[in-house]
Design a protein around this ligand. Sequence first.
Ligand code: NAD
Ligand code: IPM
Ligand code: MN
Length: 348
Amino acid sequence: MLIALLPGDGIGPEVIAETRRVLEALSLDSLHFEEALVGGAAYKATGHPLPPETLDLARRADAILFGAVGDPDCDALERHLRPEQAILGLRKELGLFANLRPAKLFPELADASALRPEVASQIDMVIVRELNGDVYFGEKGMRKTVDGKREGYDIMSYDEDEVRRIARVGFETAMARGKKVCSVDKANVLETSQLWRDVVIETAQEYPDVALSHMYVDNAAMQLVRNPGQFDVIVTGNLFGDILSDQASMCAGSIGMLPSASLDSAQKGLYEPIHGSAPDIAGQGKANPLATILSASMMLRYSFGYASQADRIEQAVAKALARGARSPDLGGTLSTREMGDAVLAALT
Ligand code: NAD
Ligand code: IPM
Ligand code: MN
């Protein structure tokens, strides 16, 4: 099993280093690692955020473990050269259309949540975010209006096949959990969302055991903090899923806790924390590596079928938290390395 390690920028290399240590401690002879540059680090070395060698490694690998990309030095570059294009390019080139972002509260972290403990303790959901379409990948540009003003535009669209395949992932995910899907859209305003809603309703016919509801995205943002326990599976588009998952992360304690899996229609997966390169804390040993360590656990489960090894990692994270391991985002003082140490010490 070849794992492509793509550390990227900012705290990416710091959280990937701890995750690699945890994976190596499992002593699985079948796991091999190959590392490549991505994002701003790749741009600075090669002139491109997603060099052909990196894309080639990602294609050859059985799974990809990704840190984060994004570098303030690169924010003025032309868009196609910016670090973020690397992750967008990987998702698109590899057909990774289904992004699973589980948000659940480790009971030990009830006091770290931005919500009251009795509200936070109910959180246990998966946000299923579409990753290959929406306003992210439509035609975009800058132009001049007839009266000479600058105008930026980004076309939002989904076709029915794109909606159907992500809806199915949502329903399948719910079948393996609480059998409830809440589809989040903005059908009261957007045609894209009207099609989304129509196709989700059609697809629901294939899943008579799943209870389907619909919610407008503004209400969903409110309900996530009012009563997050009502959600089992949220299925939504690329942009709404991006925003709602950052919000859900704080309900579950910290953005440093939420892992994700980005899957294609077969078994290929890219695994990454939902957070970014956190330039404000990069290089200071302050990053929480647990989101990336938990992403590696998802990799073992989804791409390799190593369920018991995946459980081992999750149990070690829970045990480390129960023993009081806390990075600054969780209200503690442990460094990134010390958080990695705590997980290693709890690994049985
Ligand atoms: P961010 O997620 O990097 O950081 C937001 C805030 O959360 C910051 O205060 C940061 O310190 C904190 N934070 C994030 N991860 C943390 C962790 N593991 N432990 C402790 N604290 C953590 O979002 P941003 O600041 O909006 O973006 C920074 C850069 O990252 C931008 O260039 C952005 O485009 C990029 N980004 C990349 C990805 C990705 O690679 N998938 C995701 C999000 C943002
Ligand atoms: C994420 C990030 C990315 C996204 C950016 C960096 C392109 O915010 O993975 O959540 O918007 O998908
Ligand atoms: Mn995001």
